[in-house]
Unconditional design. Structure first.
Length: 219
């Protein structure tokens, strides 16, 4: 019986691409590095902010040089994380429908936790019952630990939730946590990549999740 849904944030419930790209390019410009396109950013996100900066800086960069760019990026993004960011079409209606069915909702993101909480409040008011982001001491996705934390906060077992995300990182996270996965095609990665990483379900519009839940609860 599905009693809860755990959502990834970037590329799944929120289109954060513009704000991330703007902050990345702000940092790159200050270091006289070439700017990145939307497609570059789509391929670089998913494993946390530091890995994002590692991927957009030259391979010749030392760890200290990457840290310098990261510090500039993070300071800018902390102040501009919601300028152009907003929910994907159909997401708010989906969340409201799920709440009406008494399904518990959590978001599990490799963003820093203060940003996850801030964006949840700004974009979704009180629709989520729990939010989990990057904090010291808890391995980020695709390690299963963040999902375990979300399950604990929701008071549910892994058999009682679906994990919804847009990337191979999300599909691997769900697999590692032994949770069924739902891949969404409106985010930052391709449908073929989601299939390649063994998504249990694929959806092309948020309301299709309601049918999956209905089907799961008939099993």
């Amino acid at each position: 019986m599905i009693k809860g849904i755990i959502f990834d944030m970037d590329g799944t419930i929120l289109n954060t691409l513009d704000d991330i790209r703007i902050s990345v390019n702000h940092a790159l410009r200050l270091k006289n590095l070439p700017e990145k396109t939307d497609d570059d950013i789509k391929l670089a996100v998913g494993n946390g902010a530091f890995k994002l900066i590692e991927r957009v800086t030259p391979k010749s960069y030392t760890l200290e040089e990457v840290k310098e760019v990261f510090a500039i990026y993070q300071a800018h993004y902390d102040q501009h994380s919601s300028v152009h960011t907003g929910p994907y079409p159909g997401i708010i209606d989906l969340l409201i429908s799920l709440k009406k069915q008494n399904i518990k909702l959590a978001v599990c993101s490799n963003k820093f936790e203060h940003l996850v909480e801030e964006l949840n409040i700004k974009m979704f008011l009180n629709l989520f019952d729990a939010s989990v982001g990057e904090v010291k001491g808890i391995p980020i996705k695709p390690a299963p630990d963040m999902v375990y934390k979300a399950l604990d906060l929701l008071g549910l077992t892994k058999e009682e939730v679906l994990y919804v995300g847009d990337s191979e990182v999300d599909m691997e996270t769900a697999s590692n946590a032994l949770v069924k996965s739902v891949g969404v095609t409106w985010g930052y990665r391709s449908e073929s990549l989601l299939i390649e990483h063994n998504a249990d379900y694929i959806i092309h519009h948020p309301n299709q999740l309601l049918e999956i839940i209905k089907g799961e609860n008939k099993l």
